[in-house]
Design a protein around this ligand. Structure first.
Ligand code: ADP
Length: 765
């Protein structure tokens, strides 16, 4: 072989050998061996740069090396020859290594060396070094030759590296794809079920298979967060561990890790405390390693998946942990969804039940409303009808209206006074307003309206009670009114008829008495028998006179009451000073009081009383009646009249200058509407009235007490006349009494404001 060709052939040989190898380690091995065999080098070495290009490490050597040399690393850029060659990119020829301290040689026999940097595309691959056992063995030609070898080697090394990298990537990719597929398959099965138990059962089966462990179970966390129960296990042949209760390891260790959603590995689970109950139940299981995977859904740990290898220890790769974590969290979400669905279904069932009950209740209510004889209409605060029953529509509706729902009450039903009654009820919730309303066809409806109050919502009581509208009940009392009218007519007719003969009886009795005492009595012998007869005749005549007078009073009272009830009374309304009315009443009864030796005391406010609007004579009649009753039913003590004015606000009474006056039992004042009132009390120290009777005595012909033993002292009509008069004035009358101690009869009359008075004035005119 020619001297010129020899190196070229050698070069060809080495490059064909290394280019046929694609794996890095065999490639490097080939390079260093060929370098020795082809070029006869004492040794050849390849140093590769690490990924960060900070250090060189020995990757291949043509001769075996001491471990010290093998493990050495060389900083790129340092003073040492290898580092310098790598950083400067310039090769170095060392003719005598013993003369160069910075040169690293692979064996004591090495005498000279060449170090050549290997670059590909500007990137440092490493350094190629060849050594000889002769001093100054390498010349310029060798340097060139080796540089060519180094360049080729660099390209081949880079190619092998890339190949390896791409192979590694492909493997990782494939693994990833397989894992994704597994996860996907598991999550599809999980989502196909809406039963939480089924989901967990499938989860643990899949995980045991995928992670390739021997045993797995699902622990569901109890409310205390300290215990968990096994609800399913796999393979289930291992034993009946279901519903076993395990105590979780105390915080902060394991649980905290788990709460973050991170799996926890116990490499040696031989005596792990968590497993104690399980171990007792299933002594045949020899736990090796344990993996606890938390199931966290919406930041809430609902349970733990427990996976265990049996009989042997094993480790879990990051990838396995990741798969477990993903599947566990998917299972947790699926379970949470299933539970949510269960909740929703439960709620829906409960709602359906409730609505059934409501429908039943409401149809009962409907039946009641539809069948009661009284009319009922409910309006909202704006006056729109929200409910009405057939009786109401029959009583009142013009025939063309099919459903009054949503219509304005006032516009739909033209019943005089109905809307103002509803308005009153709206203004004063809690009170019932009753009035007899007359329809155009003459029928009379007794109508009661009251505001419909709904209690505040339970969750926000501060909102207070609300007014939902007004409930109005109407009863057709046309017949009763008619009967009453007939009764009243009859009473007035009879009373009128009785009055004239009675006047005759009274007149003739008087006449007989007068004639008798003038013409006959003087001729009788005193103390004679005839005188006794004459006295008896006089006494009997007095009785006839007294009884006739009583009968006259009764008839007058009857006529009065008949007139008031039939609204035939003529009311002469004017402004009245009640002080005067009281004085007139006292004047009319003074004689009666003096007869019984009873003082009448008067307590009136020094500032006077506000004027009330009324029929003076009728008010005096009330006063006289109350005073004469007080005197009549009192044998000793006194009778007292007092009066005061009072302002009633929504909150209650505000009395002015009342210190001097006795206080009133205020429960009766609750019946009065807000505004200014004058209250008059007539108090006696007489026989009093039993509590049961205090309401009854205002009814017609009611006389209470022992009427058998006591001579009836009146007609039993006085108080009902008083009641009729006071109520006509918009007032209220009542009594408070203690038997054997005395009674207080009181009445309240509204004080009209000047504008109100003006309005009343024009009405009366
Ligand atoms: P009379 O004409 O019988 O007094 P009233 O209607 O005035 O009729 O009174 C009805 C009944 O009420 C009386 O009969 C009596 O039993 C009782 N009554 C009225 N005022 C008093 C009083 N001041 N004290 C006790 N009882 C009274």
């Amino acid at each position: 072989m020619d001297q010129e060709q020899q190196p070229l052939l050698a070069l060809q040989a080495i490059s064909s050998r290394i280019s046929a190898i694609f794996d890095l380690e065999p490639l490097l091995e080939e390079l260093v061996q060929s370098s020795r065999s082809i070029f006869g080098h004492h040794n050849a070495l390849v140093f590769l740069a690490d990924e960060e290009e900070e250090e060189l490490y020995l990757a291949a050597s043509g001769r075996p090396l001491t471990p010290q040399v093998r493990k050495r690393r060389f900083k790129i850029g340092a003073e040492e020859l290898l580092g310098r060659v790598a950083s400067t990119g310039k090769p170095a020829v060392v003719p005598d290594v013993s003369q160069n301290d910075s040169c690293t040689s692979s064996s004591p026999e090495t005498r000279s060396a060449i170090s050549i940097p290997m670059f590909v595309g500007g990137r440092l691959v490493g350094v190629f070094q060849v050594e000889s056992d002769r001093v100054a063995a390498f010349d310029e030609r060798d340097l060139q030759l080796m540089t060519t070898v180094a360049n080729q080697a660099a390209a081949a090394i880079e190619a092998a590296r890339l190949l390896r990298e791409s192979r590694a990537n492909a493997v990782a990719l494939e693994r990833r794809a397989r894992n994704l597929m597994l996860i996907n398959r598991v999550s599809t099965t999980l989502n196909s079920s809406l039963d939480a138990y089924e989901i967990l059962k499938m989860t643990i089966q899949h995980l045991v298979d995928i992670i390739d462990v021997h045993y797995g179970n699902v622990l569901i966390l109890e409310h205390d967060g300290q215990h968990a129960q096994i609800i399913t296990e796999y393979p289930s042949e291992t034993g009946p561990a279901n519903h076993l209760r395990l105590s979780l390891p105390p915080r902060p260790s394991v649980q905290q890790v788990l709460e973050l959603g991170i799996p926890y590995v116990v490499e040696d689970a031989t005596d792990y405390p968590l497993l104690e109950p399980l171990q007792q139940e299933l002594p045949s299981l020899k736990f090796g390693s344990l993996l606890l995977v938390p199931m966290v859904a919406r930041r809430d740990m609902i349970g733990i998946l427990l996976l265990a290898s049996l009989g042997q220890h094993r480790s879990f790769s990051d990838e396995e942990l990741e798969i477990c974590q993903t599947i566990a969290s998917q299972a947790a979400v699926a379970v949470a969804n299933a539970r949510l669905l269960q909740d929703i279904q439960r709620q829906r069932r409960a709602l359906a039940r409730k609505s059934q009950e409501l429908t039943a209740a409401s149809s009962k209510l409907d039946a009641i409303l539809n069948n009661i004889a009284d009319g009922l209409v409910v309006t909202d605060p704006a006056g729109r009808i929200i409910l009405s029953n057939p009786a109401f529509r029959k009583m009142t509706a013009p025939p063309q209206i099919r459903s009054p729902y949503g219509r304005l009450l006032a516009e739909t039903f033209h019943i005089e006074g109905l809307q103002s009654l509803v308005n009153q009820a709206l203004e004063l919730p809690g009170q019932v307003f009753t009035e007899n309303l007359e329809l155009p066809d003459g029928r009379v409806l007794k109508t009661s309206a009251t505001a419909l109050r709904i209690p505040p919502p339970i969750l926000s009581p501060e909102e207070g009670e609300q007014i939902a509208g007004v409930v109005t009940i109407l009863r057709d009392i046309t017949h009763e009114v008619e009967v009453d009218r007939m009764k009243t007519d009859f009473i007035s007719a009879v009373s009128h008829e009785l009055r004239s003969p009675l006047t005759s009886v009274l007149g003739f009795a008087n006449l007989i008495q007068r004639d008798f005492s003038r013409w006959i009595a003087p001729h009788l012998k005193p103390k004679g028998q005839l005188q006794q007869v004459a006295n008896r005749i006089m006494d009997n005549l007095t009785i006839i006179e007294e009884e006739s007078q009583r009968l006259t009073r009764l008839i007058n009272d009857l006529l009065d009451i008949a007139k008031i009830e039939a609204s035939h009374t003529e009311w002469r309304m004017e402004s009245n000073d009640l002080t005067d009315v009281i004085q007139r009443g006292i004047a009319a009864t003074t004689a009666l009081a003096e007869e019984k030796n009873l003082p009448i005391q008067v307590h009136l406010p020094s500032y006077g009383l506000p004027p009330v609007w009324g029929h003076r004579d009728r008010l005096i009649q009330v006063m006289t009646n109350l005073l004469s009753n007080a005197i009549k039913f009192t044998d000793q003590g006194h009778v007292q009249v007092s009066a005061y004015s009072l302002y009633l606000s929504e909150k209650g009474p505000e009395r002015s200058e009342t210190d001097e006056l006795e206080t009133q039992n205020e429960s009766h004042l609750l019946h009065l509407h807000p505004g200014e009132w004058v209250i008059v009390n007539v108090t006696d120290t007489g026989i009093g009235i039993q509590t049961d009777d205090t309401d009854r005595i205002f009814e017609k012909f009611t006389q209470v007490g022992d009427t058998l033993t006591e001579k009836p002292a009146g007609t039993g009509l006085g108080l009902s006349i008083c009641k009729g008069i006071i109520e006509h004035h918009g007032g209220h009358i009542w009594v408070e009494s203690v038997p054997h101690r005395g009674s207080t009869f009181s009445f309240a009359l509204p004080v009209f404001s000047p504008t109100e008075r003006e309005r009343q004035n024009s009405n009366e005119r």
